[in-house]
Write a protein that binds this ligand. Structure first.
Ligand code: HEM
Length: 542
């Protein structure tokens, strides 16, 4: 009664002053709590990051999240606080303890931002362990050794055609060096085509000069570039809360055109593929006629009652995740590999010699022990490319569950978000000598000072595919693709940087810390990565 009459007597200015005072009080007490009483108060980190998540959001929106985290590691050591409730733990034990099947952690709000509806959650973005177990079993079947053996011919068919197109570029230019080819685009077209074949049983034909689909990778980038900063913003929890309360419907109505086109492309991919499966079944064709692409494993998965496991929204979600996870990552690593080939001619020559000795004819190159175990320098080259430029370069956040967790011997309570960051670990001076120098020999015992201990130390921080139950199921496919692409390239061609392309793709001394090495392939974090160049010319190898 007294309060109502007091408020009734206040002027407009008085009410504003009261609200401002209450708000400031809240902000100040929250800041004091976060600085001095929060469970993460004892960890080092920038002042503003301890009281607010906006500095981290700023660097995310600039696509520099991984580089920024690395610069904090330089300043504060491997373990630091970078938002009020997030701790980055860039140590080999941190990596093991956070990302293992028994760790008391799960995916949280970051991932909850992505699904377009509750039914469209995927293997990648589900926050439920139960749902993940169910989905991951299906995914593991799709990536089994047998499934990969069935998939390999399609990788070669696309790759051989791509190499023929490169030869066409050489011939068009007079038969010696080709014109200048931007490998960010060329590798993207190749890997998208392979993914189309392996996932939906149909190559997208993006590598063909008359392709009408070359705009699609740009749509996907736009989707990630918009969604990733939202998912890492301090408003992510509110966003996730609002999604089933009207936000999803609003987004369906008011989606920016590029994002709507992207959703349309994914929808078309999975509807066309679902129709093929239906047609085959209705025509009672033999089992052997069915292409065992990834989609086949999803569409034929059944629950314990024999009913299809995946509804159409879920199939949409999985298709979208697979296109992004399976194409952009491998395209980035392949573009990065061509960058390191042209920047390191002596490495390129040694690779060519190794591959040509193992496979006298380019047609003989195929996955298996000879390529993937005995070609040691090739495998070291791939590892070094993925170390220097990991395609998912920043943090993979994991939220601690009830009861907390012990990390590097320290107790951290429920609700805190932990992560390691691939770019930080991969550029840690404690694990790698000269971490910004490209040196495949660091992975081979006995070469240029590498010892059993130094290689084991390097391995302990190597995490391009993450680790544990949510690590990448496509890892073996990615290694297979990279191995055959690089082997077939160096077997047939010499590659050189277009002299007129300047330092496209590399770092620059006047850039921010972490982006200053001219010979490091630069990634722009959108959870996966945007990249530019390198611009490469090709010549037939004598
Ligand atoms: C160089 C290539 C690749 C890299 C560096 C890479 C990296 C990763 C990483 C770091 C994760 C963990 C993401 C997280 O914790 O949020 C992941 C998950 C995943 N990747 Fe890959 N990936 C690659 C290729 C592929 C390919 C070729 C496919 C499939 C065609 C694929 C499918 C997936 C899926 C479905 C997940 C979600 C797994 C789960 O949550 O259980 N990836 N990948």
């Amino acid at each position: 009664m007294f309060l109502t009459s007091a408020i009734g007597n206040l002027s407009y200015l008085g009410v504003s002053a009261l609200v401002a005072t209450l708000l400031s009080g809240y902000v100040v007490s929250m800041a004091v709590y976060r600085l001095f009483f929060h469970p993460l108060a004892k960890y080092p980190g920038p002042f503003w990051c301890k009281i607010s998540g906006w500095p981290a959001h700023y660097h995310t929106s600039k696509q520099n999240r991984h580089v920024w985290l690395w610069s904090l590691q330089q300043q504060y050591g491997p373990t630091f606080r970078y938002t009020p409730d997030k701790l980055s733990v860039n140590t080999p034990t941190g990596l093991k303890e956070i990302y293992n099947p028994k760790a008391n952690v799960g995916k949280g709000d970051y991932y909850g931002v992505y699904p377009r509806s509750p039914e469209a959650v995927t293997t990648w973005n589900t926050t439920s362990k139960e749902t993940h177990n169910r989905k991951r079993r299906v995914m593991n079947n799709a990536f089994s050794d047998k499934a990969l053996r069935n998939a390999e011919p399609f990788v070669h068919a696309n790759l051989n055609r791509w190499c023929d197109l490169i030869k066409g570029e050489i011939d068009k230019n007079g038969g010696e060096w080709s014109g200048s080819l931007n490998m960010a685009d060329w590798t993207s077209h190749l890997i998208f085509d392979i993914l189309g074949d392996l996932c939906f049983g149909k190559c997208f034909d993006m590598k063909e000069h008359d392709s009408k689909l070359r705009y699609v990778p740009g749509l996907m980038i736009e989707f990630m570039a918009v969604t990733h900063p939202i998912a890492f913003s301090p408003l992510a929890a509110i966003w996730v809360w609002l999604k089933p309360r009207g936000l999803n419907s609003l987004l369906t109505l008011a989606l920016p055109p590029a994002l709507a086109d992207w959703a349309g492309f994914v929808q078309k991919c999975f509807e066309e593929r679902a129709k093929v499966e239906e047609d085959i079944k209705s025509q009672d064709k033999p089992e052997s006629d069915i292409r065992k692409d990834f989609f086949h494993y999803l569409v034929s998965a059944t629950d314990p009652n024999g009913k299809p496991s995946y509804g159409s929204d879920e199939l949409f979600g999985e298709s979208e995740s697979l296109i992004i996870a399976g194409s952009d990552t491998t395209a980035t690593s392949t573009a990065a590999a061509t960058f390191y080939l042209v920047r390191n001619p002596e490495v390129q020559a040694r690779l060519a010699a190794e591959v040509r000795q193992a496979f006298p004819s380019v047609e003989d190159i195929k996955g298996g022990d000879l390529l993937q175990k005995q070609c040691k320098y090739l495998q070291a080259f791939i590892k070094e490319s993925l170390r220097m430029s990991p395609p998912t370069p920043a943090d993979m956040p994991r939220e601690i569950g009830p009861g907390g967790i012990s990390i590097d011997g320290e107790y951290v309570p429920q609700g805190v978000v932990l992560s390691t960051c691939a770019f930080c670990l991969h550029h840690s001076k404690d694990l790698y000598d000269e971490p910004f120098t490209f040196r495949p020999e660091r992975w081979i015992v006995g070469e240029k000072g590498s010892t059993v201990e130094s290689v084991a130390r390097a391995d302990s921080g190597y995490m391009p595919f993450s680790a544990g139950p949510r690590s990448c199921p496509g890892k073996n496919l990615a290694y297979l693709e990279m191995s055959v692409v690089i082997a077939k390239l160096v077997h047939q061609f010499e590659l050189r940087q277009d002299p007129k392309s300047g330092n496209l793709g590399g770092g620059s001394p006047d850039n921010i810390e972490g982006r200053r090495e001219a010979d490091q392939y630069q990634l722009y974090d959108i959870f996966v990565s945007m990249r530019y160049g390198p611009v490469v010319q090709f010549k037939r190898r004598a």
